[in-house]
Design a protein around this ligand. Structure first.
Ligand code: GLY
Length: 345
């Protein structure tokens, strides 16, 4: 078991990897807690949940809406959760996003903690305190930063993930390797069979590596005013294809990483051999997508991303495996690159 600390000006958050999720009960108050989960997670693990009221949401991104927050708030009131209460989320990225946001606004903020059940949420989404709900198809327009008191990541829970969910999470793991920890890439290259077979020990080690890197970044820049932006590697084109074609987040980010890596090479930031290594790794894990956004729509889709400021965009480039850099460029440069990319693909 490892305990990784995220320390921000207002909070301390402990990310616990390699532990049994059922041990979460020791981290909860004796009374006044409520559990938020989705129907899928409840069907798999509900029988072993701690003995507190359970509020269920429908699985999937469509639940990230304000009316869901309203409905859950009513239910929390009905079961008597007051300002001293505690919300425990047991689920993947969507459940943790909803529960974290709810905990940040319910009665002006109550305590919360997560059991993170998907690979994508263990290696990225549930760590770092970002939460939010969508407005229409625009993601996380209404949200907050609130660090959960703890996040429990148990790799045995990853064995029940549908194949698509698991692969989608691998993309965010590869992202972390590319931007900050080369050893993650080495493990992914050398242990393909073990990772595809969801070897619990290898996964525990990889999750801990990813969380350590993210904890370092978030502890320095919780509110994404600079450094934290590197975590958005692959997300400019990724969010565009997510919006355009409804591609699942990890697959969209994988495609975005392939483009961002090629863009980095074109700008002379990364060597050909490193560029090929990244693209080959994406292929090895079946994450090499071939999506097609009409050229005339790409600019509009990128500008749709709330992370833009004016005509400029903070684009994350890679300088070599394990090293990312953010450069402010004009959106037109991204559009021009996309045109080039399509012409040579
Ligand atoms: N998923 C990117 C971040 O947490 O900042």
């Amino acid at each position: 078991m490892e305990k990784i600390i995220i320390s921000t000006p207002d909070s301390i958050s402990a990310i616990i990897t390699g532990a049994k999720w059922e041990a979460v009960v020791k981290l909860l108050p004796e009374k006044g807690a409520a559990i938020i989960t989705d129907n899928n997670v409840f069907d798999l693990y509900g029988a072993d949940f701690p003995d507190f009221p359970v509020l269920k949401i429908k699985p999937g991104e469509q639940s990230k809406q304000l009316d869901v927050i309203g409905n859950l708030s009513k239910k929390l009131l009905d079961i008597g959760i007051d300002r001293t209460g505690f919300i425990l989320a047991i689920g993947g990225g969507v459940v943790c996003d909803i529960a974290g946001f709810l905990a940040s606004v319910y009665m002006r903020g109550i305590r919360c903690g997560f059991v993170s059940t998907s690979l994508l949420s263990q290696v990225d989404a549930s760590t770092g305190g970002k939460n939010g709900v969508n407005i229409g198809d625009i993601k996380n327009v209404i949200g907050n930063f609130k660090q959960p008191e703890f996040v429990v990541c148990d790799a045995t829970m990853l064995s029940t993930l549908p194949e698509e969910e698991y692969s989608s999470g691998l993309a965010e793991l590869i992202k972390t390797g590319i931007i900050g920890d080369r050893t993650i890439i080495n493990v992914l290259e050398k242990n393909h069979t073990g990772i595809i077979n969801r070897d619990k020990n290898i996964l525990s080690d990889l999750v801990a590596k990813a969380v350590k890197f993210k904890a370092k970044i978030v502890s320095k820049d919780e509110k994404e005013s600079g450094l934290r932006r590197i975590l958005n590697f692959g997300h400019t084109f990724g969010h565009a294809v997510e919006l355009h074609a409804g591609v699942k987040h990890g697959f969209a980010v994988a495609w975005g990483m392939e483009l961002a890596t090629t863009f980095s090479y074109k700008r002379g930031l990364i060597k050909k051999a490193e560029c090929n290594k990244i693209i080959d790794l994406l292929k090895k894990y079946n994450l090499s997508g071939n999506y097609n956004i009409p050229e005339k729509e790409i600019g509009e889709l990128i500008l749709h991303d709330k992370k833009r400021s004016g005509r400029d965009i903070n684009f994350v480039f890679v300088k070599g495996i394990g090293k990312a850099v953010v450069k402010k460029i004009i959106v037109q440069e991204v559009i021009d690159f996309y045109r080039f990319y399509k012409s040579v693909k």
